[in-house]
Design a protein around this ligand. Structure first.
Ligand code: PMV
Length: 374
């Protein structure tokens, strides 16, 4: 709104310029492309308290990864056209696109916008790396949506290097909320470096926060692909089953909340050993918990245990490293950069067929482009 009247002249001119820029940009920006990097949870989210709002039982902490990301464009279409979703160059059939299209409809309702759109997403999270891609996918989609409708705040535009400057209502906290509503882990991918998803108590308070956007710590992640097959229990189904049936679920909640505060201390102290030890124990806790559900289940395969034994052997040989495992059989090894080569060499010698990819800290969400209609 343009206000005037009793305000001092400079303030009202400033407000006028600001709101004009906002209105013009909102009308003009009709397409935006955002890049979001995937993240690996060091303290894991494993259970929803509220499925519709994706509120978790616990907070979680992650490392955003440089090498794995999604580039997503969101384009507003004329009202005569149909919405479409193109993934890695191929149109996604409606029944498979439903989760994404429903998500966008919910975001449109949340922000009072409407109309058909085209989403084009290119995943640079090689399936072969065995890393979940939903964290980067929904963070990139939420950001592209915000960019295309010109909803970003000044803070958001600055933090994300947006080529179009707007002064809308969506800051990085709201962007993280929006990402969370697509996929819980995506709330953390809005931020680079180390990020935390505060469990919160409602939609407003369950958000990602930055713990350290540009860590100085020498910490690398080596992803070792053991199996690329679709997992038999999706993360949504797995977490629901432990919440509903495991007698140990309350213990997981208590341990994970404690692990979060210890992990925050370890990150603040740049304590590599502390971070690795806590991450490994939290992953073991999660996978042990899955076996205590009714019926119990595991994501491990025989090679997962071989990989765990390899990490132990590396440590015995003086190569300090730790593992973490998400909702699948693949292992990710945390180490200092000087040991990445030796870790890869050991795994390659043991499992010649596996794909191995190493990376370190990546940035938060950034805009690659935004088109402005003159
Ligand atoms: O956000 P989702 O639904 O993909 O679930 C993520 C679950 C884990 O990757 C196992 C843990 C986490 O915090 O990322």
């Amino acid at each position: 709104m343009i206000s005037g009247g009793s305000q001092p002249a400079s303030a009202s001119v400033d407000a006028l310029v600001r709101s004009e820029v906002a209105v013009r940009s909102r009308a003009a920006a009709h397409s935006a492309t955002a890049r979001a990097h995937t993240n690996i949870a060091l303290v894991k989210y494993w259970g929803k308290k509220d499925a519709a709002l994706r509120l978790p039982f616990t907070s979680s902490i992650s490392m955003t990864l440089e090498r794995f990301y999604a580039d997503t464009s969101f384009t507003l279409l004329p009202s005569t056209q149909e919405s479409e979703f193109i993934l890695d160059g191929a149109p996604v059939p409606p029944h498979r696109a439903a989760r994404v299209l429903d998500y966008v409809a919910a975001m449109q309702q949340r922000h009072g916008v409407s109309g058909p759109f085209r989403i084009e997403s290119v995943n640079h999270v090689p399936i072969s790396a065995g890393l979940a891609s939903s964290s980067s996918a929904f963070a990139a989609l939420a950001a592209a949506f915000v960019g295309a409708y010109g909803l970003g705040s000044r803070e958001l535009c600055e933090a994300t290097k947006s080529p179009v400057k707007t002064s809308g209502p969506v800051d990085r906290t709201e962007l993280s909320r929006m990402a969370r509503l697509g996929s819980g882990s995506a709330s953390r991918s809005v931020f680079g470096g180390f990020a935390k998803w505060e469990r919160g108590t409602d939609d407003a308070t369950s958000v990602g926060v930055s713990l350290d956007e540009k860590p100085q710590l020498d910490l690398c992640l080596t992803a070792i692909e053991i199996d690329t097959a679709q997992k038999s229990v999706s993360s949504t189904a797995g977490m629901r089953r432990v919440v509903e049936t495991s007698p140990y679920y309350p213990v997981w909640v208590e341990n994970t909340e404690r692990a979060c505060s210890q992990m925050e201390d370890a990150i603040a102290a740049a304590d590599f050993t502390g971070i690795g030890t806590l991450a490994q124990q939290n992953a073991l806790d999660m996978h042990a918990l899955n076996m205590t559900a009714h019926p119990g289940f595991t994501y491990f395969q025989p090679e997962t245990l071989t990989a765990i034994a390899t990490v132990e052997a590396l440590n015995n040989d003086g190569v300090e490293c730790y593992f973490t495992i998400d909702a699948g059989p693949n292992i990710k090894v945390l180490s200092r950069s000087e040991n990445v080569e030796e870790i890869s060499r050991r795994f390659r010698a043991l499992m010649p067929a596996v794909t191995i990819a190493s990376t370190s800290f990546g940035p938060g969400v950034e805009y690659l482009q935004a088109q402005v209609r003159e």
